[in-house]
Design a protein. Structure first.
Length: 346
């Protein structure tokens, strides 16, 4: 398809953010007595001082061309004020009773919270935060079109021999990880990422090798309410083992590029193992329909006059590919499968 000519045209072709569902799923209700989210009171945005690109991690130009941005992972950035941290921690504690097993990878996780906490919903959907992240990613982004990927909490495992979260890439492309509990109070349990590519980690795993320690980065979070921004499907990361018991709480919030041309990195099989299907199935369908909508809009705007039927057919097929994928995913009867690397220790 024709290359976009100008910024104004490019903006015109950006998809608009998906609307949040107007009704709650059966069995969900909002907790009462939460403060109302107020960006002026609860945010304290400070940009990260540095970031690492996919290039820096060792990805090829060809691999990067399949991604919406060359951005890899940021240094710590501040998101919440002290007041914001306090409210979010209280909400996390009220919601903890709904946490479930994340299978082998994570012991306790909590998803679907934007249907249980108005504060969390409004924080995760906040346009000020989306603008802040757009600046960091260098592309326009919006809160993720799958609400299950908004406001995901991880809690510490009971067993100190178990990593908080094993080495993995995320099941979505763009997200941040926030320290909700105070990282200065915990011993061990750091958020860490690998300075390299997924292919390298797969080779390490296949050869039963430990991760090379000199290539593991443990960013220093100055306090609670700080985040690391990442292209989570490209950066291999984990929550390491705690050395002492601690109520470690982190929150992950997902985003999507508003330019829907890049291939969708979101994985269905992984989340099928952990998410309630009454939420996941329609959310997956809406997400994929939203992606196809963006692609169809672009086709409507850009398709040139031509008698090249094959070009037109290919463009139409490409535009509806996401919907076709959703139909095939939803037609599968399997229970899904989690993809991660494991502990990769000696
Ligand atoms: Fe992750």
């Amino acid at each position: 398809m024709n290359k976009i000519k100008s910024d104004s045209m490019k903006n015109k072709l950006l998809n608009s953010p998906i609307s949040f569902p107007k009704t709650l799923p059966d069995g969900y209700h909002y907790i009462e007595d939460e403060p109302v989210y107020d960006p002026k009171k609860h945010l304290a945005l400070e940009y990260p001082k540095d970031s690492t690109s996919l290039n820096d991690l060792g990805y090829s130009n060809q691999e990067i061309s399949m991604c919406p941005t060359n951005f890899g992972v940021s240094g710590p950035a501040r998101l919440l004020s002290d007041e914001g941290v306090k409210v979010l921690m209280q909400s996390a504690q009220s919601l903890r009773k709904y946490s479930s097993s994340g299978g082998e990878r994570i012991q306790y996780l909590l998803r679907g919270c934007v249907y249980r906490s108005r504060f969390l919903r409004d924080l995760c959907l906040c346009p000020n935060v989306a603008d802040f992240l757009s600046e960091i990613y260098g592309i326009p982004v919006a809160p993720h079109s799958i609400p299950l990927h908004l406001g995901h909490f991880n809690f510490a495992p009971d067993d100190l021999n178990r990593a908080v979260d094993k080495w993995h890439t995320d099941t979505i492309g763009l997200d941040y990880v926030m320290m909700v509990s105070d990282p200065n109070q915990q011993v061990g349990g750091q958020f860490q990422y690998f300075l390299g590519t997924k292919k390298e980690v797969q080779e390490i795993k296949d050869n039963n090798q430990p991760m090379p320690e000199d290539r593991i980065i443990s960013p220093h979070f100055p306090g609670a309410g700080y985040i690391i921004v990442l292209q989570g499907n490209m950066v291999v990361h984990r929550g390491s083992k705690l050395k002492e018991p601690f109520d470690r709480v982190t929150m992950v919030n997902g985003y999507v590029p508003l330019d829907t041309e890049s291939p969708d990195p979101s994985r269905f099989a992984d989340v099928k193992t952990v998410d309630p299907h009454q939420l996941l199935f329609p959310e997956w369908a809406r997400h994929k329909a939203w992606l196809s909508k963006g692609k169809l809009n672009r086709l409507i705007e850009e398709l040139p006059f031509t008698d090249d039927k094959d070009l037109i057919i290919n463009e139409l097929k490409n535009a509806i590919q996401d919907v076709e994928t959703a139909i095939s995913d939803l037609s599968e009867s399997g229970s899904g499968e989690q993809n991660f690397y494991g502990d990769l220790e000696k």
